[in-house]
Design a protein. Sequence first.
Length: 465
Amino acid sequence: MSTHIETVIIGGGQAGLAVSYYLSQRQRPHVILEQAAQAGNAWRNHRWDSFTLNTPNWQSSLPGLEIEGGSQDGFLSRDEIVTYFQNYVKQFRLPLQYNVHVESVVPQSSGHRYLVQTNIGRYEADNVVVATGLYQQPKLPKFNLNFPEHIMQLHSDEYRNPQSLPDGAVLVVGSGQSGAQIAEELYQAGRKVYLAVSRAGRVPRRYRGKDANWWHDRIGDYARTVDQLPSAREKFASKPMISGKDGGHTLNLHEFVHNGVTLLGRVLDVQAGNVILAQDLHENLARADKFEAEFVKSIDEYVAKNDRKEPEEILPVLRNGFDVEQLSEVDLKAAGINTVIWATGYSFDFSMVQLPIFDGYGYPVQRRGITDYPGLSFVGLPWLHDAKSGLLFGVGQDAAYIVSTIDREASRRLPTSLVAPIAARSKKRSSPKRLRSSRQGGEASAWANGRRRSSTTNRSALRTL
């Protein structure tokens, strides 16, 4: 037996909560299906103990509830962001169902559009919003199986604190935000750290008296839309290293060298107890230096162009990393390495959605979250619409857009007397073009095409809030 509800939201993280908030404000029936036992599971159970948001408090609120107390330029700890999510769910009475694993989403040829199969039963829904995010499964290279059995291996997703690791040196693989922050915590705790440096950039935490993210916002970086990216692959690029810990500070790998960290090139393989390395350490350090230089240059140009009064600043130029020999391999035993932490990102899998709506990377083909299949949308993904779509800072705008679409489509299914007030609120909204998927086919395509023929108005009415 199936349960019918107008909208099913899959995922109770920041994106799912934002969609639920806007649906609740419009009194639209819906449910959030969350596979964990509590909301905000990624922050609660998949971050290390000292984890701190890299976005300042003015960037870290969900719609309808500002962060109270402390400086707006401060940074929430892991426990504080978890508490914030708990309060958010409670204050707005969001309809979460926990411990529900969604197994499949399939179209129906008649009646309600989608059948959502879960471990506790089936839902029939007119709308399905996928809000599971892009960071779903820790990503490990296949050669991780070549490490000696006595060496502990864990992903940054599993790391909690230095005390939980075996004695001895630690190899951290990857120097993006997580890798650099974990490496810093480990060497500050007295551990010998080897850091395999990736291609991540670097930005200063503060420059000319302002936080880096304040400058990103002011110079228009967050307003960049996905169509401005040089390639589709750029959606998945790692974020530049930076930290919000202890009030926020810059992470510079040259300084890591000064503090005793051994920098390495990228890890290519493990053979007979030796870690095989790429000869790209200096190249990757130069890339991070260039990233920072270009960022501060864009700020300086903005200040000059707009005749602003922020004080001039010259950042220190460190080059310690270029004095490090580029090793071709490291003997694990000789180096005393007993732990490997993989800060190598995450993979994603939307195969539960059984429709041909994904590109060659497995990323949904959509326009601002709206797919070519009426009622099916995605939210909370990096570069879904613009540079802030995957952040707490930007998820609300995408959620609002999707909910406005759901609201308008639902209004057209109501009697005329009930539609009028909703239509009146929509008169001033504009109507952007839709992106059509090139991968439709088979039975699902025929179903979608039938829907399109029967709801032409529905297809042309995607207006912004």
